[in-house]
Design a protein around this ligand. Structure first.
Ligand code: FMN
Length: 185
């Protein structure tokens, strides 16, 4: 798929099939993420690829965290949370390194990790996969961060849910860029 076609036709796909995605294809997506721009060549992204039972483990952590915060919530709420990571056969969680040198900025590392997320989304779309970038409270959840070995002050840029599309999404009509652009001459 041509680059501009991929950019202009990409859309979030929240409903995907349970079918496994070949590892070589996932590796192509990771390479695309790894080719994102980043200041000082720190490559601040950390990719965690969750498939199979790893998604259940993440679901257990999420449900446990919810239980800590809302111990009186009905059991059904925890059961539902536990299944959230099962919405796609592959999740790539994208963590962000905290800078270790003073010249490296936290916000720039986050920007670079976000660029990696977008590269993954575009590569998935160009490969015939459906994907959606999700965050929600889970990207800021202490227990979830701990699950990935992160300290509490580290960021998770997102969870990219990936699989073969199970829906046909109508072509999106997006607002024009004019109201977001100023030409300065
Ligand atoms: C940083 C970020 C976080 C997002 N988090 C969520 C999320 O938690 N749940 C969700 O359904 N979509 C999430 N999205 C996807 C957006 O809802 C989606 O990109 C937006 O609706 C535009 O649709 P499109 O991707 O099809 O262009 C997120 C997107 C970004 C960039």
């Amino acid at each position: 798929m041509e680059l501009f076609e991929a950019i202009n036709t990409r859309h979030s796909v929240g409903k995907v099939k349970a079918d496994a995605v070949p590892r070589e294809l996932i590796e192509k997506l990771l390479d695309a993420g790894n080719n994102a721009p980043n200041h000082y060549k720190v490559r601040p992204w950390r990719f965690f690829v969750l498939t199979g039972d790893a998604r259940n483990k993440l679901g257990d952590v999420m449900a446990a965290s919810q239980h800590d915060r809302m111990p009186d919530a009905p059991k059904e709420a925890f059961d539902k949370t536990r299944t959230l990571p099962l919405r796609a056969p592959v999740i790539i969680a994208v963590g962000v390194d905290m800078p270790v040198e003073t010249k490296v900025l936290e916000i720039e590392n986050f920007s670079a990790a976000s660029a990696a997320c977008q590269n993954i989304l575009l590569a998935a779309h160009a490969s015939g996969l459906g994907a959606i970038w999700r965050t929600g409270d889970w990207a800021r959840d202490s227990k979830v961060k701990e699950f990935f070995g992160f300290s509490d002050d580290q960021h998770i840029a997102g969870f990219i849910y990936i699989g073969y599309p199970d829906v046909i999404v109508d072509p999106l009509v997006r607002p024009s860029v004019e109201d977001r652009t100023a030409w300065m001459e």
